[in-house]
Design a protein around this ligand. Sequence first.
Ligand code: FAD
Ligand code: NAD
Length: 469
Amino acid sequence: MATEAAAAQDVDVVVIGTGPGGEDAVARLARAGLDVVAVEARLVGGECPYYGCIPTKMMVRAADALAEARRVPSLAGRADVEPDWAQVARRIRDEATADWDDTAAVERLEDAGARLVRGRGRLAGHGEVVVTTDDGERRLRARRAVVLNPGTEPLVPPLEGLEGTPFWTNRQAVRATEAPASLTVLGGGAIGLELAQVFARFGTAVTVVEAVDRLLVADEPEASALIESRFAAEQIAVRTGTRAQRVTHDDGGGFTVHLDDGTELGSERLLVATGRRTDLAALGVGAVGLDEDARTIAVDDRMRAADGVWAIGDVTGHGAFTHVSMYQARIAVGDILAAGDHGSGTERADYRAVPHVTFTDPEVGAVGLTEAAARDAGITVRSSVTDIAASSRGFVHGPGNEGLIKLVEDAGRGVLVGATVAGPAAGEILGVLTLAVHAQVPTARLRRMIYAYPTFHRAIESALGDLGA
Ligand SMILES: Cc1cc2nc3c(=O)[nH]c(=O)nc-3n(C[C@H](O)[C@H](O)[C@H](O)COP(=O)(O)OP(=O)(O)OC[C@H]3O[C@@H](n4cnc5c(N)ncnc54)[C@H](O)[C@@H]3O)c2cc1C
Ligand SMILES: NC(=O)c1ccc[n+]([C@@H]2O[C@H](COP(=O)([O-])OP(=O)(O)OC[C@H]3O[C@@H](n4cnc5c(N)ncnc54)[C@H](O)[C@@H]3O)[C@@H](O)[C@H]2O)c1
């Protein structure tokens, strides 16, 4: 057993935090023959497989199945729909998370040739890492690289009365064993909206409280309006432009959220989904000259944060998405392996075409810049919005066909710099527009493409037409 007095263990690479990017980096570096130690305080794989993407998308899949079944009467006859949360809870526990057990992930990592130290790591100098484990402290010395992939924690606002109550964050919500009778959701971002609609479709009376004046504030306003209208149709109450002032809780009656406009919202459960936070001081980044009070770690286009230190994932502030974390892992690994070669020939990060999809129904997918962001960047913008419901496929689809495609063109260069797709299968349709933004395909060329009839993606052709020549 290692103790504080034990000598530092020399290795090639230490990876602190094994989110999707960290886990991938550990495996790639170990397979390349380096001596790699992964340091993980919780579960190997991070937020995405145990508390984020995977369990929440299983919930969404179940909720969407219910919604689609409820559309049967207007399309195909009769369907008796009886929601049962137990099946969702079972799938998440047994199929997605192995009851929140990372044995399989640890085995994958060890099969790749890496070792795991379970504990909380912090930087103690260049190449120096101290890990606090259940058995005391262990010191590691990385000859070649330290990779930081600490991810984020739920940000809980300092609301009077909230601390010490059994409120949910995403981490409790994915472990729910039943759908509550009622739920107040603080935060109208991706987490709040996906979970609000899921529980509503399982019969929970849901109210979403969002501090700013619209939902999905990082997306196009047209997408916000679409989601607000669908939520209204599904009797999900939405309160925008208002904040919770304080919270009261009693075991019998559940939660009461007191809003700053004087309204009181009572509910059995309270979900706090008001963003995420980092703690760079706890990570010891000051020991390598980085700002411990910052929210994110600044990295260059090869993920270098300081001499011998790389950072990847949510902590870099380039989009809190699994695909960004994994993209950055590939770049960091390429750079670490190319060391000695002065990094020549390695891939450089390019964030012009980062896609994201919020898995509400309708899904909201976007890539690149919003119209407002493009204008703020000084781009001469041409934009257009096309109604998916009015397309041939939208007409055929009927109930559940609401959606839109919005294109943002740099009129000077004649290329798309941003696009939003909201509607059925929006995340899939987004793929072709992600390619267009990424590869800077001229809009004139996109207009000459053939779009299959009658697909949802064919609405892109109309949107291109509406941009003007
Ligand atoms: C509810 C929810 C739904 C989401 N849905 C999606 C989605 O559909 N699609 C999508 O792309 N993204 C989604 N995300 C975001 C996605 O989960 C993250 O972007 C993704 O996990 C990448 O994070 P990361 O690699 O930065 O690290 P994380 O996944 O946050 O993992 C970081 C790991 O580091 C460990 N750690 C932290 N500090 C230390 C330390 N000092 N020592 C040792 N270990 C440490 C933590 O225990 C954790 O395991 C969702 C997030 C949430 C919360
Ligand atoms: N499908 C996906 O890709 C997906 C799904 C879930 C989460 N994520 C990632 O996780 C991140 C975190 O998600 P999130 O939804 O927690 O954060 P978010 O930052 O996207 O949204 C939080 C919302 O809460 C609001 N808010 C803050 N304080 C508030 C208060 N006191 N009262 C009411 N509203 C308040 C903010 O204005 C904001 O709109 C996302 O930004 C995204 O990157 C991605």
